[in-house]
Every structure is written in structure tokens, then in C-alpha cells.
Design a protein around this ligand. Sequence first.
Ligand code: ADP
Ligand code: MG
Length: 316
Amino acid sequence: MVSDAKKVDAGRLGKVAVLMGGLSAEREISLLSGGAVLKALKSKGVDAHGIDVDTDIVSELLNDNYERAFIILHGRGGEDGTMQGLLELMSVPYTGSGVMASSLAMDKLKTKQIWLAMGLPTPEFCILDSEKSCQQAVERLSLPLIIKPVLEGSSIGMSKVEREDEMIPAWQKAQQCGGTVIAERWVEGDEYTAAMLDDQVLPMIKLKTSHKFYDYDAKYEANDTQYICPCGLSEEQEADFAVLAAQAFNAVGASSWGRVDFMVDEHGQPWLIEVNTVPGMTSHSLVPMAAKQAGLSFEELVVKILSMAKCEQRPQ
Ligand SMILES: Nc1ncnc2c1ncn2[C@@H]1O[C@H](COP(=O)(O)OP(=O)(O)O)[C@@H](O)[C@H]1O
Ligand SMILES: [Mg+2]
């Protein structure tokens, strides 16, 4: 709970490895998040050490006796269950979701299949694996639509397709990221994100961009992206969407902290887009913004996340 978060005794958290950077396409963003997390932990008196994760990570973790790990790696090799699995085997409690939830949430297709099985609303999609499937996707979903590599983050490899002749190049671009590629029905409407912290849904944020969608540039470079919090929904609507966001988060087994992205169409119908198990954590990122609205400073948020570090295989 937010009120408990202020009471965490940072001095008791032991020697902490802040795992950042890594080898994914989101490396640079992770270094920014990691730098901010490290600074915040140190300012609260935590014995925190930054580690830029590369292929030597196993020996680095073995040589130093870390009592906890703060995972602030985005994308594959860090957010996808692999690092979580390594830390499980080493019995080092780590922040965020466990192995299965991390790998499910990394995969946008698997996440959507679980939501659909549970009757949760997510835009209709097609798997793209050939030029013919691209054609069929246009017929089934109609234009515009959005093409996504299912294992990527930060909008990398994604395109909005408005004309039929853009379809194949957009599929090929997404394919370069590796993994499965999907086309999703375009949702015309407003975009929101719900930050999750310790079974609580923090105040929602509405995102507004002048770009076609919230792409890499709108996320990290543009200075005209608007973040609206409180988000302008009625109290009742926000409460309804909070229930949905929590269901979406729990559906993949996510826990501790994270973010659920969703859109609301012109009829007020919400559509779940994705779960992030290690969202951005720079001082300008969305989870810190929502936490601030809930009365929690960046430093308090970071210490709270660290205090919830655990190994799934070990009874608490
Ligand atoms: N079905 C959709 N309709 C309209 N816009 C979408 C849709 N899916 C994603 N977007 C836009 O693309 C952005 C990135 O998509 P998302 O699935 O959240 O991937 P990422 O992991 O890269 O953040 C979203 O923030 C939103 O602006
Ligand atoms: Mg997203």
C-alpha cells in the first residue's frame, strides 16, 4: 500500500545489485532508468551497486555477495524471465514479477491469447507469417491497423499501416526484430496507462501525442507529448478501468509492480494493449508520475519496489 511504502527501512535492505543496460534494443533506456534508480536508492542510504549487464553477469553475481537485485533491464534478456530464472537459481531475491509472468508479459501475442481466454477485451489480431497472411489481415481487420513484433518494447519495429501497399514493408520491418509478428485492429480513441504497485492501481495517466501513435520518438524525444494525471476520467470510469487493469495484470501472473497499457475507443469501450513488467523508471517516466500523484516520491517508490524483492521458489 502507498502508506506502507513510506515506512520501509532502507538500511535493512542489504547489498543490492541494480541490474541495468543489458543487450536488448532498449539498452539505452534501461541505462537511463538504472541510473535514476541507483541514485534514488543511494540517496535513501541503500548499499546499492550498478551493474551494466553483459555476458559476464553470472560471474559478476557469483563474485560479489548481493542480498537483493533490482532488475531495471527492459526487453529481452532482462524483462523476459531469463534474468529472473538466473536469480531464482542463485537464490537472490529480485524485484518485480517472477519467471513465468515476465516471459508471458514480454510476449504480446501470448498475453493477448490469455486475455481472450479469460474474456478480457483486447483488439482483434492476425499472425503475419507470409505475404498472403498480410493480405488476409487487411481483409479481416481492415485499415488502418498496427503491426508489432511481439517480443519488442519501446514501440521498436512497430508501424501504423494506412494503405495496402505499406503492409509488406511494415511486416518486413517488424520481422527484423525477430520472433512472431502480429497485425492488430487499430483502436481510434484515447490512450491510458495504469501503474501497478503492490496490488494497488495508481492514478491513471492519459497520453496524448501529435504522432500517429505513441512511438519511440514520442516516448523519449518529443517535447510535445502530453501526460495527463489525473487523467480526466470520471471517478466511476477510472475505478472500472482499474478493475480491468488489475485483472489484465493478474491474468499473466504479474506481481509487485508494473504497468498496463490500454486504449478507450469512441464508444467508451476499453481495449487492453500490453503489460510491462519492468517499465521505464527515469524521473520523467509514467510509473513515477502516477506514484507522485498518489503521494509517493521517486525515492520512496524505488525503495518500496526493492522492499518487495523475492524469490518465487523460496517461502517468504
Ligand atoms: N491496437 C492499437 N490501436 C491503436 N494504437 C495502438 C494499438 N496498439 C498499440 N498502439 C500504439 O502503439 C504504442 C505502442 O504499443 P504497445 O503494444 O504498447 O508496445 P510497446 O511495448 O512498444 O510499448 C501504444 O502506446 C499505442 O500508442
Ligand atoms: Mg506500451
